[in-house]
Design a protein around this ligand. Structure first.
Ligand SMILES: Nc1ncnc2c1ncn2[C@@H]1O[C@H](COP(=O)(O)OP(=O)(O)OP(=O)(O)O)[C@@H](O)[C@H]1O
Ligand SMILES: [Mg+2]
Length: 276
């Protein structure tokens, strides 16, 4: 593996406990959502985080994106430990560099806001651009780069298909020029043919903007095409880690073998699209 000496992101022994409070003090219980999770994301690479539902994938993504704090452990971006940054320091140093795209393209956008405004707003929050027209230009540019038309900028979320709307979400994430994009099941809700198109787009954008991806998914058939390394989460623990070749060629745990075993037989149409 190249580039591992100089990772863009380091996740160091993350633990995350959720405390569910019962009606009485006695009823409170602690749920260990993540336990001792450590991995590194190398620059310009794709790290896939896989595992069954509830294994802690989204929690890991949210902690890296600083939407939640770990109970213990640290996260380091380009050598800086940002685990305990204040909200203003996070906004200044991390939010613009680490962006996230979620599974449901509709709920991620305000239904009453034209998509162009949603993109402009992302720039405003990061204080990028000198004027509204400057920011609008950047929004138009990014809308076109994700394969939509500048004419669509005034439209509202309900006027788009799921795949188109996920392109809008990608544009909104990328317009602030992050270095890391966390994709949490970002293509899982899309039809298979649309999924392939969006995956191809993500591969192109990764090259164009020198991005590093954390690709969260339960779908291992997708991982094979896009990942460099894979981490396998099971009940909050990283049970296996390696290159795509290692994990697919020589899975070490029954859990991983089962995940791989649940891959549906290849759909020839999908391969054609992936190659397109
Ligand atoms: N805010 C919270 N409070 C309590 N428990 C939570 C909270 N967020 C997540 N959990 C629990 O932590 C565990 C891990 O959740 P997480 O959403 O990270 O799983 P996941 O791997 O993303 O699953 P899925 O594939 O279904 O999206 C789950 O059991 C979930 O119920
Ligand atoms: Mg999840």
């Amino acid at each position: 593996m190249t580039n591992q000496e100089n990772p863009i992101l380091q996740v160091n022994s993350i633990y995350k406990d959720f405390i569910s409070r019962g009606l009485t003090r006695k009823g409170a219980s602690v749920f260990h959502a993540l336990q001792n999770v450590s991995f590194e994301l190398a620059g310009k690479q794709t790290y896939a985080l896989v595992g069954e539902s509830g294994s802690g994938k989204s929690t890991t993504g949210r902690i890296i994106c600083a939407l939640e704090k770990p109970t213990t452990g640290s996260i380091v971006f380009e050598g800086n430990n940002y685990t305990d940054y204040s909200p203003s320091l996070l906004r200044e140093r991390i939010r613009g560099n680490i962006q996230m795209v979620f599974q449901d393209p509709f709920s991620a956008l305000n239904p009453r806001k034209a998509v162009g405004n949603a993109i402009v707003e992302a720039l405003e929050i990061q204080k990028i651009g000198d004027s509204r027209s400057d920011r609008l230009d950047m929004a138009v540019d990014m809308i076109e780069r994700v394969g939509l038309s500048s004419k669509q900028i005034d439209r509202f979320p309900h006027q788009f298909s799921g795949g188109q709307l996920q392109r809008v979400n990608i544009a909104r994430a990328l317009v602030v020029r992050p270095k890391i994009l966390i994709l949490d099941e970002s293509v899982s809700a899309l039809d298979v043919s649309v999924q392939a198109q969006v995956l191809n787009l993500l591969q192109d954008l990764k090259e164009e903007f020198s991005l590093s991806y954390l690709f969260i998914t339960h779908d291992l058939s997708v991982v094979r095409f896009i990942a460099d390394r894979i981490g396998v989460l099971r009940k909050g623990e990283l049970v296996e880690e390696g290159t795509v070749e290692q994990i697919f060629g020589n899975p070490r745990t029954d859990y991983t073998r089962n995940l791989l075993g649940s891959i549906p037989l290849p759909d020839p149409r999908r391969h054609q699209l992936m190659a397109a």
